[in-house]
Design a protein around this ligand. Structure first.
Ligand code: SF4
Ligand code: SF4
Length: 205
């Protein structure tokens, strides 16, 4: 696996907390994030449901819109929903306002570990071993992350590409789970309750 980034990116987190407190940012979460937080904080089913937000779309997204989402929505009893961490007073549920930091730092979702970057896998169909990963700033990162800028140091691309590989693997597994879940719901084989969704994830352990 190679890295296609010729352009060197600059970033160093200055702990401004914007990514945890921005009103318009929802922290997406994969099933492995949920398992890590569950085990790290020793949460039971009800407690996990308490920390998650199931954000039902006002208007059902089109197939094209869904294909552009990093984490696709899931079918629930209330409609198609984006799964993320819950918000409290507009901020991430786990942001400690007094200490101005994340209260679950060791168990935080991949979204938080990789912000302000996102990754794209460019697959070489003839030779998959030559597939490459590109790394970009996210739109929100460019909008408000104070760690990006001319004064920030260049990132260690190799290190970030390794992180990108792990994240892409995680997202791929997560997307398979969501696809199977949504298919099962549409075929009336699965009850689309939030509780059932979390139980399905627990059973993957
Ligand atoms: S989980 Fe932690 S790092 Fe991620 S948005 Fe919430 S407070 Fe910030
Ligand atoms: S917005 Fe950027 S600089 Fe601020 S805490 Fe998040 S990653 Fe760090």
């Amino acid at each position: 696996m190679n890295n296609t980034n010729d352009l060197r990116l600059r970033f160093e987190c200055v702990h401004c907390g914007k990514c945890c407190t921005d009103l318009d940012t929802l922290v997406n979460i994969t099933y492995s994030d949920i398992i890590r937080i569950k085990n790290g904080l020793n949460l039971n089913l009800d407690e996990i449901i308490e920390i998650l937000g199931f954000y039902v779309f006002d208007k059902k997204p089109t197939t094209k819109e869904i294909s552009r989402m990093v984490v696709p929505p899931i079918e629930t009893e209330r409609g198609l929903a984006f799964v993320g961490l819950k918000k409290r007073n507009g901020q991430c549920y786990f942001y400690d306002e007094t200490k101005k930091r994340c209260s679950i730092y060791d168990f935080r979702p991949n979204f938080c570990r990789t912000f302000p970057f996102t990754f794209k896998l460019l697959i070489d169909k003839e030779n998959p071993k030559k597939s490459e990963i590109e790394i970009f700033y996210t739109e929100k990162g460019l909008k408000y992350c104070q760690g990006i800028g001319e004064s920030a140091p260049f990132i260690d691309n190799d290190n970030w590409i390794q992180i990108g590989q792990r994240v892409i693997q995680d997202l791929t597994k997560n997307n398979v789970l969501i696809k199977e879940w949504n298919k099962g719901v549409k075929e009336n084989k699965i009850s689309p309750s939030v509780r059932n969704f979390i139980l399905t994830i627990f059973n993957l352990e």
